[in-house]
Write a protein that binds this ligand. Structure first.
Ligand code: NAP
Ligand code: ZN
Length: 348
């Protein structure tokens, strides 16, 4: 077995604390990665606090993982020791269902094995990236762009693909006006991608102080959603909205901003239900949809796109000892715009 150390939740109500555990020895198709950086996603917080259901504590969260390969199994062909690689939200899937065959492993009919809080094929609880190493099947390991700083690339593995994928699916580009609700980890990447794809971008934020940042990140307009007049001006103007909000909010207020035939796509995963009336959708034939991360092939495509277009994340680096403080700040929407853990602090 391989010794690992990280930070884990022991209880949904308590702080994360140091945790020592074992990972499986690498098999023929496995890769052992020394983790350098790991982003903090709001999903980590939902999970360890049992907001999405009871988690398998003690649980090491983290699915925005980047690092250097330490060892490869005998059947690994695409990677070698010393390569810079990433791991996102999934580490396995059945590989045989129509969605897996169609490169949409996130929708595997048997459920993908998520990077943490899943039971893997060895009947072990998967443990994530707030740790010094990880063992992952080759198929779920991504090549990181060589020209981008590794720390600022870590959040691409979740915040990046989760926003890139729906924007691509809905073929967002030149001539579209796109709304992004919530300027957090996902939201700031949605702004960068929608802008890079040629769309006009409107940020819909509850935080007036984020206005300048939103414009710098690529927004053309910023609407403070608490201001009814500013919201009213956008009524019926948006082709597409990406909703990244992590908490309950008035979705109908935003649906009203869509043009006829427009779509509001949810990526934010509030644990509580939203209220949406039929009328908000049937008038204007509007659609409400959702999207879950992206497949492995598309994640690699997104990483390559970021390398080509020099797209990285705006991060605040922290040592792992500050993870609980970072959680408190994420919950106050006080993060610009992703916390990333420097894993060298694990030894500090
Ligand atoms: P985050 O950094 O906390 O950003 C969420 C943003 O939403 C906040 O910065 C804030 O932006 C806004 N917000 C927060 N509370 C709000 C409220 N009560 N009303 C209106 N706006 C509010 O979180 P994240 O890491 O980007 O994740 C966002 C959500 O996406 C989480 O629920 C996460 O679990 C989910 N997620 C889903 C997927 C997927 O595959 N679908 C993948 C990753 C994450 P402003 O200050 O600008 O208002
Ligand atoms: Zn995430």
């Amino acid at each position: 077995m391989i010794q690992s150390k990280g930070f884990a939740s022991y209880d949904p109500k308590a702080d994360l604390k140091p945790y020592t555990f074992e990972r499986r020895e690498i098999g023929d198709s496995d890769i052992l990665i020394d983790i350098k950086f790991c982003g903090i996603c709001h999903s980590d917080i939902h999970t360890v606090r049992d907001e999405w259901g009871k988690a398998h504590h003690p649980l090491v969260p983290g699915h925005e993982i980047v690092g250097i390969i330490k060892k490869v199994g005998s059947k690994v062909t695409r990677f070698k020791e010393g390569d810079t690689v990433g791991v996102g939200c999934m580490v396995d899937s059945c590989g045989n269902c129509s969605n897996c065959k169609d490169h949409a492993e996130q929708f595997c009919h048997k459920q993908p094995t998520f990077t943490y809080n899943s039971i893997d094929e060895y009947q072990q609880v998967t443990q994530g990236g707030y740790s010094n190493n990880i063992v992952v099947k080759e198929k779920f390991v991504l090549k990181m762009p060589q020209n981008l700083p590794l720390d600022k690339s870590a959040p691409l593995l979740c915040a990046g693909i989760t926003t890139y994928s729906p924007l691509r699916h809905y073929k967002i580009g030149k001539g579209h006006k796109v709304g992004v609700i919530g300027l957090g980890g996902l939201g700031h990447m949605a702004v960068k991608f929608a802008h890079a794809f040629g769309a006009k971008v409107v940020v819909l934020t509850t935080s007036a102080h984020k206005k300048e940042d939103a414009l710098r990140l690529g927004a053309d307009e910023v609407v403070v959603s608490k201001n009814a007049d500013e919201m009213a001006k956008q009524t019926g103007t948006l082709d597409f909205i990406l909703d990244t909000v992590s908490a309950p909010h008035e979705v109908e207020k935003y649906i009203a901003l869509l043009k006829t035939n427009g779509t509001l796509c949810m990526v934010g995963a509030s644990p509580d239900p939203h209220q949406v009336t039929s009328f908000s959708l049937i008038f204007g034939r509007r659609s409400l949809s959702g999207s879950l991360i992206g497949g492995i092939k598309e994640t690699q495509e997104m990483l390559d796109y970021c390398g080509k277009h020099h797209i990285t994340c705006d991060i605040e680096m922290i040592p792992i000892q500050k993870v609980n403080e970072a959680y408190t700040r994420v919950l106050k929407s006080d993060v610009k715009y992703r916390f990333v853990i420097d894993m060298s602090s694990m030894n500090g």
